[in-house]
Design a protein around this ligand. Structure first.
Ligand code: NAP
Length: 165
């Protein structure tokens, strides 16, 4: 089972100004790549704060939301409290071959810490917030290998890294 993180960062390393700040500030190239890669996976995992910024499930993908309490049923969305390992095992048994970890910081950190993430698709946007929510919120120790990077016309950097085991 492939498990990847997908995120857009400011040049100073933030994914949002605060927990309720929707990620609408990212480039059109980042949004296009996000749609392509998450549709390829077919399943997106996110935390409750990120879900609230969306307001509805992104179409053609199963949206799985980590929430401390079950959320009212919505077509295309499921709530979970499972550990990353349990959730990935369940999704594999349901036929998924890869899983997109879509934030925010709490969920990126939980999955990175679990050691199950093998790839990071990170877009570095030419914008600075100065303060806000970081990609990860706890101390981690991983080495990455840069696999691919593309500079867009507007100066965004689309990167792909693998986690070195
Ligand atoms: N730039 C990007 O690409 C990107 C992508 C996604 C999100 N974001 C940004 O990230 C920010 C939100 O991030 P965030 O870290 O504040 O929140 P988050 O990770 O989206 O969600 C946190 C929520 O998930 C719940 N949760 C976490 N682990 C859980 C578990 N094991 N079981 C059950 N529930 C669990 C938390 O519950 P508790 O309340 O019990 O702790 C909390 O309510 C927003 O600004 C958003 O725009 C940016």
């Amino acid at each position: 089972m492939k498990c990847f993180i997908i995120s857009a960062l400011t040049t100073d390393g933030y994914i949002g100004r605060n927990s309720s700040h929707a990620a609408m500030w990212t480039s059109k190239e980042d949004k296009k790549r996000f749609v392509e890669i998450t549709k390829r996976a077919g399943v997106m995992i996110m935390g409750l704060n990120t879900w609230k910024t969306l307001g509805k499930p992104l179409k053609d993908r199963l949206n799985i939301v980590y929430s401390p309490t079950p959320l009212p049923p919505v077509q295309g969305m499921e709530t979970t409290m499972k550990s990353p390992a349990e959730l990935l095992q369940e999704l594999e048994s349901r036929g998924f071959k890869e899983v997109a970890i879509c934030g925010g910081s709490q969920i990126y950190t939980m999955f990175m810490k679990s050691g199950l993430v093998d790839t990071l698709y990170l877009t570095i946007e030419p914008i600075v917030f100065g303060d806000g929510i970081k990609l990860f919120k706890e101390e981690l120790d991983f080495k990455l290998q840069l696999i691919d990077s593309t500079r867009t016309e507007n100066g965004s950097l689309l990167t792909e890294y693998t986690v070195i085991r």
